[in-house]
Design a protein. Structure first.
Length: 494
């Protein structure tokens, strides 16, 4: 019998429904895998009881002849940015260490209502700020991948959803939630050879998700393949009256409508994404992706997104500005860490708590954000960045007159070694160069694995779609997936 931990979400769901194995067998197998993979540091909290309870419910329903829920008995990982009732939720920070919410995020509740179980809370960059999972208070997540023979340097799993990507690639969870502010689902998916989709801004509720940048943050699924992403997204998305940015739209049947046939579709290739210094391997993979979608029936058109070069600087003004506002709530008064010495006043407590509770990258972004929002610089920086954001969104609106989707690389390189870029924030920020523009425009975008670099590490291709066209993005992802036939997986050194 195939090891159930080698199966993805669709296969697990179908196997449980057919009685090929019990949900309890699935839960137990993944719980063992999680317990044996501590070297990856992918989990902050393990919750085997939650997974077992969901499995028992699924098995009891099947025994009683009841119709099973969409994800009945399927265990998943939950990024530690989602509030989980009674289970520690820290956003990988010291300032929230020990915090156990008395409520459930909308996205996680939807997944539990669909029958899924939780294997644990996944490690991440602190407050979702980072591209390598090196900013977590609970230590680095380590990618399960290694470079070719003779180089055993521990690699970054990408960020901020690095715990999610590492756990999926290592086969210790079949799927997981992620969040994407400027690329934090897509970049780690590319680094670890899995799939991940950031839906249209507003598709998934932000209620109960620890905020980084409210106009950019968006939850999405990460899984081993496109179909599994479609299944998870169907059960995560939907209108939420508790979130003022939530889209009041029906959730399509994305899995049912999946098709790798791209005949009649036009796919744009933006000239500006072939940037100076792009590694030859990335350019070659991009060309291979173009050939694959042409083979699937798509017509290729060259398009221009002229304001792309301004996306990264605009993002790193807007996102820190929103972060400085959102993180002001962590003051040591109501919940979380409190640092208070005898004789200190309230201002001293604020300063001591935030100094002790926030990591260096979080402090850096708060300082940047506070600076650009200050009276003397608001118009010079923040207002200008918002104008640039509008221009970037208009660029995308114009290209939809000529094409249905866009195809680009996901990241400018394969995974790098831990510590390789942590001393150079600008080099780290450049990891988001291909993913940030679509985030600023609120567009659906997905990364799928396309192949390996010369060191044997995964490389990803990104598909960007029109607003609300997750189906088109998923279909193009499936077309690439079918032709790439990406079967590589890391050796289980952990």
């Amino acid at each position: 019998m195939t090891d159930v931990t080698d199966l993805g979400i669709a296969a697990l769901r179908d196997g449980i429904r057919a009685g090929s194995f019990s949900a309890r067998e699935v839960a137990d197998a993944f719980i063992v895998k999680v317990s044996r993979a501590k070297a990856l540091n992918a989990f902050i909290v393990e919750t085997p009881d939650h997974a077992i309870a969901a499995a028992k419910e699924a098995d009891a329903a099947r025994a009683a002849g009841e119709t099973l829920k969409p994800l009945a008995g399927v265990p998943i990982g939950m990024k530690d940015l989602f509030a989980t009732k009674g289970v520690q939720t820290t956003a990988a920070s010291h300032i929230l260490e020990g915090f156990k919410p008395v409520y459930e995020s909308t996205v996680s509740q939807k997944l539990w209502d669909a029958g899924a179980g939780m294997l644990g809370k996944l490690n991440m960059d602190q407050f979702a700020m980072g591209s390598s999972n090196e900013t977590s208070y609970f230590g680095n997540v380590i990618s399960p991948w290694r470079r070719g023979p003779g180089d055993n340097a521990p690699l970054a799993p990408g960020g901020s959803s690095g715990g999610s990507s590492a756990a999926i690639a290592a086969r210790i969870v079949p799927g997981a939630t992620g969040t994407d502010t400027g690329g934090s689902i897509r970049q780690p998916a590319a680094f670890t050879g899995i799939s991940g989709i950031k839906p249209t801004y507003g598709r998934c509720s932000r209620w109960g998700v620890v905020a980084f940048a409210s106009s950019l943050d968006q939850a999405g699924p990460m899984a081993r393949d496109v179909r599994d992403c479609a299944i998870l997204l169907e059960n995560m998305a939907g209108f939420d009256p508790k979130d003022s940015t939530s889209l009041d739209m029906a959730v399509p049947k994305w899995e049912h409508s999946l098709s790798g046939d791209l005949r009649g579709k036009k796919i744009g290739i933006p000239a500006e994404y072939l940037m100076e210094g792009t590694p030859p391997e990335i350019a070659a993979l991009w060309q291979q992706g173009i050939d694959w979608v042409k083979d699937a029936g798509a017509e290729i058109v060259e398009v221009s997104l002229p304001h792309t070069k301004y996306a990264l600087p605009a993002y790193y003004i807007i996102a820190p500005a929103e972060a400085s506002s959102n993180l002001a709530r962590y003051d040591g008064v109501r919940y979380g860490l409190r640092e208070l010495a005898e004789g200190q006043n309230l201002q001293d407590m604020y300063a001591a708590t935030r100094a002790a509770g926030f990591g260096d990258e979080v402090k850096r972004r708060i300082l940047i954000g506070t600076y650009v929002l200050s009276a003397g610089f608001y118009d010079a920086y923040y207002t200008q960045a918002q104008k640039v954001r509008t221009l970037i969104a208009r660029d995308f609106e114009r290209v939809w007159d000529y094409c249905d989707l866009l195809l680009t690389p996901t990241a400018p390189s394969a995974a790098f070694a831990l510590g390789e870029k942590s001393d150079d924030p600008l080099a780290m920020y450049l990891n988001d160069v291909f993913t940030v523009p679509s985030s600023l425009a609120g567009l659906p975008a997905m990364s799928v694995p396309g192949g390996l670099d010369k060191s044997g590490l995964p490389l990803g291709l990104q598909i960007i779609g029109k607003p609300f066209d997750e189906q088109g993005v998923l279909n193009a992802g499936l077309a690439i997936e079918e032709r790439a036939s990406f079967k590589a997986r890391p050796d289980a050194w952990w």
